[in-house]
Design a binder for this molecule. Structure first.
Ligand code: VGL
Ligand code: ZN
Length: 211
């Protein structure tokens, strides 16, 4: 059965940026493969929101800021455990740009996140301190928008954190699995799906929408 996408539903396209695509500094395997599918899905939606990871060059999530530490190790920060990353998505660099292969001219909002040096922000809704809001909840409420469908990169970080926050806000949210790709560091992908299942996030494939 094909799902009925209404004019009130929203596709959230997470972090389809060069640094997360093959050749980028935090390349996610197969990230480029999902771009055509995301473009096809986006044509079914009246409302598309894009997110864009957008860090200052000295961002606290970068291993380069912590002498002796390597990417994918973790540190403890005031807001909790932080995975350290290669430098990525530094604002105004090519790596931070949205892929030019995205063909979604009708996208209406780009949420930038991770611009505060001392706090990471995987979710499109709030920073990792779980206090600082991006405004996306208010935008969706004011526009009276409905169900959310989340696609993009990376399934186990920015996609799942965005979906979990949406569920937490009481929104109806699903992840379209074949339109995502994962980093999968230290079991993060299995953990993300378990957390999403517990939170009531739907798990779909693109065929459920496209037929
Ligand atoms: C992301 C790690 C660091 C993501 C962003 O888009 O999933 N992952 N920054
Ligand atoms: Zn980042």
């Amino acid at each position: 059965m094909t799902l009925d996408i209404t004019p009130k539903d929203v596709l959230i396209v997470v972090d389809v940026q060069y640094d997360f695509l093959p050749g980028g500094s935090l390349a996610v395997a197969g990230g480029d493969e999902i771009v055509p599918l995301i473009n096809t899905l986006a044509k079914r939606f009246t409302n598309v929101v894009l997110t864009q990871d957008w860090h200052p060059a000295d961002h606290i999530s970068f291993a380069s800021q912590h002498p002796g530490m390597e990417p994918f190790q973790t540190i403890e920060l005031p807001y909790g455990t932080q995975v350290l990353w290669p430098d990525h998505c530094v604002w105004n660099t090519h790596g931070a740009a949205l892929s030019a292969d995205l063909d979604i001219p009708h996208a209406q909002l780009v949420i930038r996140k991770g611009y505060n040096r001392a706090v990471d922000s995987y979710s499109g809704f709030q920073e990792a301190d779980r206090m600082t809001r991006t405004g996306l909840t208010g935008y969706l409420a004011e526009r009276r928008l409905g169900k959310l469908y989340v696609v993009g990169i990376a399934t186990d970080f920015c996609v799942s954190w965005t979906a979990l926050d949406a569920a937490d806000a009481g929104l109806d949210v699903s992840v379209v699995e074949d339109a995502t790709r994962a980093i999968d560091s230290n079991g993060s992908l299995a953990r993300a799906w378990a957390n999403m299942q517990t939170a009531g996030v739907g798990r779909l494939v693109s065929k459920d929408i496209l037929g």
